[in-house]
Structures are given as C-alpha cells and as structure tokens.
Design a protein around this ligand. Structure first.
Ligand code: GLY
Length: 431
C-alpha cells in the first residue's frame, strides 16, 4: 500500500452530473487538497482544476495520474472501467475507486451478469441468451408478453427494449443480431422475462470484500409524467425511498450485494468501487434487473448530499481494501433531484440554448450540478441532453421535492423539459 499524503490529491474522471456531485462531495472532504477532473464541465471547474483529457483516453489518464502522483482516482462512467482504466492504474500502484475490467464485466456483459446471478442463486428474472437470430425468434414466438430484449454489451443506455408483442421482439432481435444496430455490443442478446413492481436503485461501496450501502434511491427513466414517453438517462430521483427501511436494506445486502462481492472474489475478480444494483420489488422480494459497475446518474446527485464524513477517505479505503462499513454515515432527511433537459431530448436534443438562473436557484439552498453544459463567452449553454440536475434537500420527501421544484423554476433555457411528478407517486402513497 502506498504511503498516504495529507492533504490528498484526487482526480475524478468524467463530465456529467454524477461527476459534478462526486467532485462536490470530495471538495467537502477535509482530507482533500487538490482536486482535478478530466475532462469535467463548467460547474465542476468551479470546484476542481480541469485536466483536458477525455474520459475514454485511458492511457493518457493513467500516464497523467502517475506523473502527478495523485493519491486517488475516482472513475465516474462505465466505458473507461470496461476498457481497463482501473487495471492500468493498479499496475502502476495508483489507488483507484472503480473496478477492474474483469470485475466490471457485471455491467459490460449482461450474459456474464445473468450467468453469475443464476450460478449464485441471486434472484433475477428468467432469461436466455442467443447469438443466432432464428433461434432467438423461435424462442420469442413461444414466450409470454411483454418480453424484454437486451443487447449483451454497453449500448449507451439504448440496448434494452420492452416488447409488447412478438412483432416488437422480432424487430429488436433483428436490429441487434442481423442489422448490427449496437455493433459488437449487440452480437449476443438476452431475452428476459418481464417482471412488474416498483424499481429501486441500491448502490454499495465495496473494497473487494466488505460493503456499505448508500441510501436507496428511486430513478425515473421515462421522459413524461406518470412514466410515459421514451426512456431517458434519468429524469430525476429521490433518496431515501421512504417505504424501504433498514430491514429491506439488510435483506438486499445479505441476499444480493454481499453474495455478489463474495462470488466475484472467489473468481479472482475482487470488486472495488461502486456496485449498483437496479432492483425490481415484486411479490417474491427484490430481483436484480441489472448491475452497473459505477455510481448511478442521477441517483448519485440525490444520494451524496445524504452522507456525512470524509468521502475521500471512504473511497480511498475501498481502493485499498480497507473499508470500515461503519464509517459510511447518513444524515437524516431527504433529497429530490430533478433533471432539466434540452428540447428534443432524448431522441434529438437541441443544444446551444443559454442557461440562466443557476445562481438564483442555488440561493434557495438547492444544489445545482451541471450535467451537459459548456461555457461560451461568459455564459453557460446547453451542451448535452440532460443539462443540469437540481437537488432540493429537506426534512422529508415532501419538503425536498417542494424545494427542488422551487429552485428548478428559477433556471431557464429555451425548451426546458422537466418531469412534473418526481417524488409525487410516493407522496400520493403517503396521503
Ligand atoms: N440511473 C441509471 C443509471 O445510472 O444507469
């Protein structure tokens, strides 16, 4: 283990709302001195020194980290992890929060994840894997509907299709296996049973052996109110999820997350980083819909403001295999995160609109994390489909939601899209 410097220098890799939230939490860590972000964004630039290297240029990031002797690298997105950034850093004795390529296979191959889940008796919807279109079509012809068709590999959030009929399933199967719509990522498809219930995201910080869960969050993936419209990268989230108590979290740890970390360790793939379980809560208990090898977006923006303590110390302890789960402490209260998206998102976002009112929104006490913005002259303009995340904090979900909407109303850009009902289903339950 490397000798620890104090204060520490930390590099965050990535450029979205999740990475802005990570930088925000690290900036508040007493142990952190210099904070860098590669490539960051205009919001992150207010808190960290920008390193102009793309998150996908893993060799340049590793070289830079070694040259600067940074004390910790925290990797946001999945692509550099799947490409082996953590491996490169570990080979050169640079502590990294994020799994190796082998451990990250849980996200970059759904076939691997499904086999792993089945072999370890971890609950997950029924599935079959295909490389041949005719065999997949024959299976789909005999199946019950709805049915889920998933590209095996990383497909930038576009590889999952919920099919209402055989015709839709056949189109999804042909798109992946015949037309090559997802390239290499779609050379295999998973055909999965459709399960109903309520979804929840649980993220554990892992050190290869031990785990500590962050407060559970509920993401809202559809663009429109009442879960209508196309799937998006996430239109908002709240945390914690009021109906999920410590008993639930303990069940998820015991039946899903700890067996996953134990199983990977037994395979010689110790998992160090954020392990994200996308769960469906049905009548038989939680089932794993997906694993991600990273923090969720926008869940992270909602989860991190609920943590106490030195976040950098916790992530470094994970990187070094030294996590003390009791060091991960939560504040009380609730957060609600709203995504403000560009017009045309998610199909064809129109970029370039000037974003105004961020300082006014922050003046209400809310947090504003830049998700897809660029600096132009003295202004900030929409530079990605999801433009900013606005996080309200309050004593309970009602208060955090009201505060998030009050703050979000102060931010304007042409064609701003925002779901009006984040947190609302939960409030309706409570009434
Ligand atoms: N919120 C879903 C994800 O991060 O993949």
């Amino acid at each position: 283990m490397r000798e620890r410097n104090s204060p520490r220098s930390v590099l965050v890799v990535g450029s979205g709302g999740r990475e802005h939230a990570l930088v925000w939490a690290l900036r508040r860590s007493p142990s952190v001195g210099t904070l860098y972000a590669a490539p960051g964004n205009p919001g992150i630039a207010q808190l960290a020194e920008i390193v102009p290297i793309s998150a996908d240029d893993i060799h340049a990031i590793a070289d830079w980290s070694v040259e600067r002797a940074v004390d910790l690298v925290v990797v946001g997105p999945e692509a550099p992890l799947a490409a082996g950034l953590a491996d490169l850093l570990m080979e050169r004795s640079t502590p990294v929060f994020g799994p190796t390529r082998a451990a990250a296979e849980l996200e970059w191959s759904k076939t691997f994840a499904k086999r792993f889940l089945s072999e370890h008796a971890i609950p997950t919807p029924g599935w079959a894997v295909f490389t041949d279109a005719d065999t997949a079509l024959a299976h789909a012809a005999r199946a019950d509907y709805p049915l889920v068709v998933k590209a095996d590999g990383l497909a930038a959030g576009k590889g999952v299709t919920v099919c209402a009929s055989f015709a839709e399933a056949a189109a999804a199967i042909r798109a992946a296996l015949v037309e090559g719509a997802f390239g290499e990522a779609g050379r295999r498809v998973i055909v999965e049973e459709f399960v109903t219930g309520k979804e929840v995201s649980v993220i554990a910080l892992c050190d290869g052996e031990r785990i500590a869960c962050l407060p559970p969050a509920r993401d809202h993936k559809r663009l429109g109110a009442d879960d209508t419209g196309p799937n998006t990268g996430g239109m908002g989230a709240y945390a914690p999820v009021p109906e999920l108590d410590e008993v639930f979290l303990h069940l998820v740890e015991e039946t899903i997350l700890q067996p996953t970390v134990d199983g990977l360790r037994a395979m010689g793939r110790p998992y160090r980083g954020a392990l994200y379980a996308g769960l469906m809560l049905g009548p038989t208990g939680p089932q794993v819909l997906e694993f991600n090898c990273r923090f969720g977006d926008p869940e992270t923006q909602a989860m991190l403001p609920l943590l106490e303590g030195d976040f950098a110390e916790i992530l470094l302890a994970c990187a070094e295999g030294q996590l003390d789960p009791t060091s991960v402490c939560r504040t009380g209260g609730s957060t609600t995160c709203l995504t403000l998206a560009a017009p045309g998102y998610p199909i064809c976002p129109e970029l370039g609109g000037v974003v105004r009112g961020i300082v006014d929104a922050e003046a209400t006490g809310a947090l504003v994390f830049h998700a897809g913005t660029v600096a132009r002259d003295d202004e900030v303009v929409a530079g990605g489909g999801r433009v900013v995340s606005v996080v309200g904090r309050g004593a309970d979900l009602q208060e955090s939601t009201e505060r998030a909407y009050a703050a979000a109303a102060r931010i304007e850009f042409p064609g701003k899209q925002m779901r009006p009902d984040i947190g609302a289903p939960q409030l309706a339950l409570a009434r």
